[in-house]
Structure formats: structure tokens, C-alpha cells
Design a protein around this ligand. Sequence first.
Ligand code: SF4
Length: 267
Amino acid sequence: MSLPLTFSAGTSATHALSEDLMTSALELSYLHDDSSALHDLYDASDGLPHLAAHAGAALEGATPQEVIRWAYDRFGERFVVATSMAECVLPHMAAQIRPGAKVVFLDTGYHFAETLGTADAVESTIDIQLLRVRPEQTVAEQDATYGKDLWTRDPDLCCRLRKVLPLRRALAPYVAWASGIMRAETESRKGIGLVEWDATNGLVKVNPLAAWTQDDVDKYVADNGLLSNPLLSDGYGSIGCAPCTRRGNGRQGRWTGTGKVECGIHA
Ligand code: SF4
């Protein structure tokens, strides 16, 4: 029986979390060691939500790399990382821990050229397997079905068709996925856990950067000489689809003036 939560020896988190680790080891000790069997094991049960809640509490205070390492140890090939191609911190960390890491990128058909260029550059410079996930319909097909520029009339439906449903299909083979969202980004993200249950997709969701700030991200990018989306140095604080993204601090420029703050994949 393996300990479900492991950290590098000598980290401050190891000592601080030792009691939680013992508790979690005890409560999660029934977990199957073969992560490929996890879905079968937990179908129609609350096993994974239980795991997510306990792991989230036990890992609080751990570094992003420790959280990612835990996820690979726990879920193996059934764990995948997602990126928006703003910075490539998460893909880089994943590749350091698991060379050839699978990384999902939602190619909505509405991205800035700079974002697509960043995806190409990340794919060719970091040891990852980039999985480009596309909606069922092209933009032209969506225009023909729903009318031109659905995002102007019903951005929630547009996001559902081009982000939420494609991501759900892409994540179907996995048990857990990671996103780069941070508590400091918005009011609605203040309460996210390092590990939590994603009821929308029926998966464990890992947020390794939850406790980080933009300064932490910038430092990691500088320390590791990573490339970033050039729009970040052109006044864009956050980068989504071109029609719905303006310049601004943080996420101010996303869906400006509509009251919409999330696309639905982190809701
Ligand atoms: S961000 Fe805008 S263009 Fe992109 S999927 Fe959502 S509504 Fe559509």
C-alpha cells in the first residue's frame, strides 16, 4: 500500500503537513494502487470527491511542483495538464516532473495569432505532448447554425460550444486534470483548493498555482527563461479569445462590459 501523498525530504511542507499526511494516509489507504483502475473503482461512488477534498486539505502549503508530483504519483497517465497559452509555467513544471507530459490546449478558433504562435513555440521548446482540442463546429459552421458572431448575443452559449463541451470531451479519458488558475485572480477564484472536485466534468481538479500571485508567476518565468504570450507585454493582463479580450489589468479585459467573468470551465 503506497502513501498517497508524498513530498521531497527536507521541504518545509513535509514537516508542517506531517499530521495531515498521516490522517490522509489513513483515510485514503483503501485506494487502489493501479491508477488506471480508478475510474472503474469509483464509478457511482463518492470516492473521487472524497479523495479530492482530503488531498486538497493535506496539500495546503505544498509547492506547485509538489502538488503536480502528487498528481502524477496518484493518477499516472490518467492525469493531464491544461493551459491557456498565456504563460507556460504549468506545462514547464509538468515536463520537469514527467517528460512528455500531456498538455491540453483549447483551440477555440477565435484565438489571437500571438496565442497560436505561443502554442507552437511551447510545443517545440518544452518536452510535452500538446493536445489541441477543437470544438465540433468551425467558426463558419457555428455562424451558419447560430448566426454570425454568437459571442455578441449569447457569450455563455458560445463559451459552452467552444470551450466547456470540447474540454469535457477531451478530459473524458482522464481521472484528474490541472489548471493554472490562482486565488488572487478574481473574487470568484478566492476559495479554490489545491485539489478539489470538479462536478461539471466528474473529475479531480488540481490547481497547483492556487496560492501563487502574478509576481510568483513572473519570477518563475524569469528564473527559468520561459517564453510568454507577447500580448502580456502589450497591455493584456489575461488572454482569451480575441473578440472577447481587451487590454487591462488582471482579468479586467475579459468580456468587458458584459458582466461575464468566467467561461464556464472553472465554474
Ligand atoms: S470567449 Fe468569446 S469567442 Fe471565446 S468561446 Fe467564449 S464567447 Fe466565444
